[in-house]
Write a protein that binds this ligand. Structure first.
Ligand code: SF4
Ligand code: SF4
Length: 462
């Protein structure tokens, strides 16, 4: 009732403004895909989503909760709330973790709402010079592994080896320039392995034994540099379980990073390039070992829905995409495995948001890990709460991300597990960093690395 009244009031105001040429002092969303009022109206404001929302848990304000942001979107849609910098800041604090979508008993598609809103913010809200420059740097660097390599090879090598990194960190020089820059620098690994600068897996890895499936594999733009061992392990596990593994040379970035930040055109370009790279290889499936990437790749049909040349191809591509754990649990492991140590091994599996909330995958990784002899899984408190990584959120909103990283590491270590399994590169980087900050020495490995070791009969080093 109230909704109808308020929307007709705002319609009246729009007519009056037009008639008397009164400027609109409450500029709203532009006409290009504003958040859908039908989806907004499906929220019954019950608040069940609030305790699951990481930004609300840290900031404690209604406007930084899913319900509060839906109120804001509604107000802006109706011209009752200005689409101001303040409103945008509340949208910016959203991690896009989708925990609220899982929690909502009314099935509100907050994911669709925030996706539309982020693009509106990107198009219509001015950002400070420093923020614009940082975003430009991130979007022109991170999705392009070769550019990242070019920068990191001489720069990071010298920067770390000469001791300059230690010196600048101890003086907190980056914080003086910007907390975001400090957060970005803090994510740099201590050392980049040699193989981070090569793509050894490109080509075809034959299946061991009978070929059950022909599977494409994504290298990931950050993963191939920051943790290339995960890709090696994934290819070996797939091959050992009867998959011929195809890694196309011209694959770029899947577009997850830009997609989650409302950079629509760049995301579409990256998606088209990805489809072009994989399509000619006649694959049964495309296996993904980073949950953020998997979630975006499964969305290609939606991302390219308005592109006549790619819409159908994008749907066909997305239908083949599987998280590697989802895939292996479905087709079944055929390779023999042995224990990773003599005594039982307690592992805490960490649910990445785009895996558990974005793809509803939580059982399959646990099923696979339990098949390793001697593995006992430990469940942590608040398993579905974001670790604060969320793509580049830990760079853009370092204080909130810091708080969440600390919480996550405390919950994981409280399980008493001697190893953490994480299936997403962003979570791996965030959790490793916070373990180090807390002075805790616990290995963080991808489930594919654990399966690979168990298949090859390797033991965990102590
Ligand atoms: S989004 Fe869902 S859970 Fe949250 S307030 Fe609205 S209806 Fe309730
Ligand atoms: S996506 Fe995550 S951070 Fe954003 S409103 Fe939902 S629960 Fe909160």
């Amino acid at each position: 009732m109230q909704t109808t009244d308020s929307s007709s009031r705002s319609d009246d105001r729009a007519v009056l403004r037009e008639k008397f040429a009164i400027p609109n002092l409450n500029p709203g969303f532009d006409k290009q895909n504003p958040p859908d009022s039908k989806v907004i109206d499906s929220c019954v404001h019950c608040g069940f989503c609030l305790p699951t929302c990481p930004s609300y848990r840290v900031l404690g304000k209604e406007m930084d909760s899913p319900r509060g942001r839906i109120y804001l979107m509604d107000g802006i849609n109706k011209g009752e709330v200005p689409f101001s910098e303040t409103a945008s800041q509340h949208f910016d604090t959203c991690l896009g973790c989708l925990a609220c979508v899982t929690a909502c008993p009314s099935g509100v598609r907050y994911d669709q709402l925030i996706e539309a809103t982020r693009s509106q913010v990107e198009r219509n809200q001015p950002r400070s010079f420093a923020e614009k420059a940082l975003r430009k740097l991130i979007f022109s660097l991170f999705p392009y592994p070769n550019r990242l390599r070019l920068l990191m090879w001489p720069t990071v090598g010298l920067y770390q080896k000469t001791g300059l990194q230690k010196r600048l960190r101890s003086l907190r020089m980056f914080k003086k320039i910007s907390p975001q820059l400090e957060a970005m620098e803090a994510l740099l690994p201590d050392q980049l392995p040699e193989k981070a600068f090569r793509d050894d897996l490109i080509g075809v890895t034959p299946a061991q034994g009978e070929t059950r499936y022909r599977v494409g594999m994504l290298l990931g733009c950050v993963q191939r540099l920051f943790n290339p061992d995960v890709n090696d392990a994934t290819a070996r596990v797939l091959a050992a379980n009867g998959c011929e593994v195809v890694v196309p040379a011209n694959q770029g970035c899947c577009g997850a990073l830009t997609h989650h930040q409302g950079q629509e055109e760049q995301t579409r370009q990256l998606a088209r390039q990805m489809i072009d790279a994989f399509e000619p290889h006649n694959l049964d499936f495309i296996a993904i070992n980073a949950s953020g990437c998997g979630h975006s790749l499964k969305e290609y049909g939606h991302i390219l829905a308005d592109d006549p040349a790619y819409a159908e191809r994008a749907k066909a591509f997305a239908a083949k995409v599987k998280d590697v754990q989802e895939f292996l649990a479905e087709v079944g492991l055929t390779a023999e495995m042995s224990a990773l140590q003599e005594e039982p091994l307690a592992i805490a599996y960490q649910d990445a948001c785009h895996m558990i909330h974005g793809q509803q995958i939580s059982v399959q990784p646990r099923q696979l890990l339990r098949q390793i002899p001697g593995v006992k899984l430990k469940e942590s408190m608040d398993a579905g709460l974001c670790c604060g990584s969320s793509g580049i959120y830990n760079i853009l909103q370092p204080e909130i991300a810091q708080e969440l990283g600390k919480k996550k590491v405390t919950n994981l270590t409280n399980t008493g597990a001697s190893l953490i399994a994480s299936a997403n590169i962003g979570c791996f980087v965030q959790i490793s960093k916070h373990l180090e900050l807390e002075g805790k020495v616990i290995p963080v490995l991808h489930p594919m690395q654990l399966l690979d070791m168990a298949i090859r009969g390797k033991k965990l080093s102590r």
